[in-house]
Design a protein around this ligand. Structure first.
Ligand SMILES: NC(=O)c1ccc[n+]([C@@H]2O[C@H](COP(=O)([O-])OP(=O)(O)OC[C@H]3O[C@@H](n4cnc5c(N)ncnc54)[C@H](OP(=O)(O)O)[C@@H]3O)[C@@H](O)[C@H]2O)c1
Length: 241
């Protein structure tokens, strides 16, 4: 069955590639982007490559008015949302994030899209997800959000703003999965693993955006018997929270 899917932050990186993979499989995909020019260009690029079924929708996860407007567009055209992929995020890795000296403004800036924005996007769109027969919410997470992994002595990359904002989003994922379990809506967090994108200044040695998106793909397309309340690593295995 063709699904109606919204991917936030889909004008670039992993979200863009996931949009491509989903549309190639015949689904109707709303390509969410906060910058309308970038969003329309991304949609046009897919259309130019013969990929149909992608619709651009302006959506800044930190601006409630744009989320409400996007919900109305999808409501009017589709009447439901089968899958929400909360992919939009920032790392601010170009800013100092040492835990003992981090500027609180940086922490707040990271929390805006990665945590508060994810929650308000989810709660605003939830009525549309409830209208779907088999609702799925996929929160794009990171290994660096795993408190268990980060607590190990050998762990590195302790970015005080990025890690905490994504760990908070993981905590929300757990709570939401419990809340929606009885209604049959699946809520999971999945990490694509280290992927070379704008988010890490196209860091060396990362996987391609296609490989990153392929890790997320089955978790967006879960069937009605699929699991909920899991944190999944880049190998498709359960990760410690
Ligand atoms: N790359 C990795 O190694 C890696 C690893 C684990 C998890 N992740 C996660 O993967 C997700 C996608 O990141 P990426 O690596 O593909 O980086 P990316 O290319 O920078 O993509 C991030 C996307 O989020 C958008 N965005 C940022 N703030 C937004 C807002 N307020 N409202 C709506 N969209 C917003 C960006 O839009 P603009 O283009 O307008 O900035 C961009 O489209 C993120 O959640 C990230 O935490 C990435």
């Amino acid at each position: 069955m063709s699904k109606v899917i919204l991917v936030t932050g889909a004008n670039s990186g992993i979200g863009f590639e996931l949009t491509r993979l989903l549309a190639e499989r015949g689904h109707t995909v709303y390509l969410g982007a906060r910058n309308p020019v970038a969003g329309q260009e991304a949609r046009d690029k897919l259309h130019a490559n013969g990929i149909k079924g992608v619709k651009f929708v302006e959506l800044d996860v930190t601006k409630l008015t744009t989320i409400v407007a996007a919900k109305e567009v999808i409501q009017k055209a589709e009447g439901r949302l089968d899958v929400l992929v909360n992919n939009a995020g920032i790392s601010l890795m170009d800013q100092p994030q040492a835990p003992s000296t981090v500027d609180l403004a940086i922490v707040r800036e990271a929390f805006e899209p990665n945590f508060f924005g994810l929650i308000q996007t989810t709660t605003t769109l939830l009525p549309l997800i409830r209208a779907a027969p088999n609702g799925v919410i996929l929160n794009v997470s990171t290994d660096m959000a795993s408190n268990t992994l980060q607590a190990r002595p050998e762990a590195g990359l302790h970015f005080a703003a990025y890690n905490t904002s994504k760990a908070a989003a993981n905590s929300y994922t757990i709570a939401l999965s419990h809340d929606l379990r009885k209604q049959g809506i699946k809520v999971n967090a999945v990490t694509p693993g280290y992927t070379s994108t704008k988010l890490n200044s196209f860091g060396e040695g990362g996987k391609s955006v296609k490989a990153g998106a392929e890790i997320l793909l089955p978790w967006a397309l879960l069937d009605k018997d699929g699991p909920t309340g899991l944190f999944i690593d880049e190998h498709g295995k359960e990760s410690p929270w």
